[in-house]
Write a protein of this length. Structure first.
Length: 391
């Protein structure tokens, strides 16, 4: 083989490699806009106004780029919404997220605006939760109209903010939206933007218990009583501790604290959901249950054994069906898997059978009907079947 032939082949390989590299760079979805979140204090007390600073930065060193800002917006979907996560490090659980829509008591719809950021320029936008110093703030101020819909009780959390202009006409005029499956975007001069928006950094949020026996969180009053071991948050003033529907929260966190070894957390919000959390000494999740008062009751569940190996996982899926899976540990082998209709009147259960040596043998599939659906006051509700039969 001649030297010219060898050189020609090497040159061809180099050119093909360069083409691959150039194509890879061509498919990169460039967005120089960075979103960060910070607070004005290291910790807060329950019900205290919390200020979050959203910093938007144009990280490009040469060009100016547009961003969409709320301006006087009073209706429609929020540009920024907060996400509250559990503090655990052995899992990532979204505890609460904001309603995407603005529901303010203002007739003027207002508007958003486009602002161009110069190279490396930053803009800081403050937003608030628990902004009830003036009871009208939540209903008439965009920056104050942020809430998780449920109170943030004492504890340590992780929080971030999502910036998502998709669906807002002015935002659609400056962004090409994409997901992980998209290979290329139109060459129309618009910035690339993920369909689910830009996520900020994750920020620790510490909320302490106060010594007060009455606290207001997002405008709701809670009367606090203690049995010497735990603290009970009640929606009404009573002489003795009750655990009926007027009891919305139970914790063992002492005054001026936001964390504790073997921390206990329970909350119940009528017609929404309840949360129950047991932790390991280091704060990781041992058992997390989010459930409702109807059947099927589970909305989201994670359970771990003493070695922090997952033994149970369950959730309600986007199509409203319920999914549950349990594991044999150690080994992480599936024990049982089930899918249930949204009303729980039919469940398909798959049980996995193994040899004594641990090798898979077979699957057994069964069907159950754990819930019965009845109509009460013109509304269909589901109850556990054995409970209805016992009645």
């Amino acid at each position: 083989m001649s030297k010219n032939t060898i050189f020609g082949r090497h040159l061809l390989i180099i050119l093909l490699s360069l083409c691959i590299v150039f194509n890879a760079f061509a498919d990169l979805k460039y967005n120089p806009i960075r979103i960060e979140i910070s607070t004005n204090k290291d910790s807060y007390y329950e019900g205290e106004k919390i200020t979050f600073y959203i910093t938007i930065t144009n990280t490009d060193k040469e060009k100016s780029y547009p961003v969409l800002l709320p301006h006087t917006q009073n209706t429609g979907q929020k540009l920024f919404y907060l996400n509250l996560y559990d503090k655990a490090n052995n899992t990532m659980i979204l505890r609460a997220t904001e309603d995407r829509m603005l529901k303010m008591l203002v007739h003027d719809t207002g508007k958003v605006k486009i602002t161009y950021l110069n190279p490396l320029e930053k803009i800081v936008i403050p937003i608030y939760i628990n902004n009830f110093e003036n009871n009208d703030n939540y209903h008439i101020q965009n920056s104050a109209h942020h809430s998780f819909g449920v109170p943030v009780f004492a504890g340590v959390y992780k929080i971030n903010v999502t910036y998502n202009p998709k669906g807002i006409a002015l935002g659609d005029s400056i962004y090409n939206y994409h997901n992980d499956n998209d290979t290329a975007l139109p060459n129309n001069g618009k910035l690339a933007m993920e369909e689910n928006g830009l996520q900020s950094n994750m920020l620790p949020l510490k909320v302490k218990r106060s010594a007060d026996t009455l606290v207001k969180i997002e405008g709701r009053s809670y009367f606090i009583k203690s049995d010497g071991h735990r603290f009970y948050y009640l929606s009404k003033q009573v002489s003795q501790i009750v655990t009926d529907t007027s009891c919305h929260h139970i914790t063992n966190l002492p005054t001026d604290s936001c964390s504790l070894k073997n921390e206990y957390f329970y909350s119940h919000f009528s017609d929404l959901y309840a949360e129950a959390i047991l932790r390991f000494e280091d704060g990781d999740i041992k058992e997390y249950r989010k459930y409702k008062d109807e059947c099927p009751d589970y909305l989201y569940t994670e359970v771990y054994n003493d070695l922090k190996q997952k033994t149970l996982y369950a959730l309600q899926m986007h199509d409203k069906q319920f999914y549950k899976i349990s594991f044999h540990q150690p080994g992480n082998k599936t024990n049982q898997e089930s899918y249930c209709k949204s009303n729980g009147t039919k469940c398909n259960i798959t049980t996995y059978i193994y040899h004594k040596d641990g090798t898979f043998l077979r699957k057994e599939i069964t069907q159950t009907e754990p819930c019965i659906e009845v109509e009460l006051d013109g509304k269909k509700r589901s109850f556990k079947k054995m409970t209805m039969e016992a009645d």
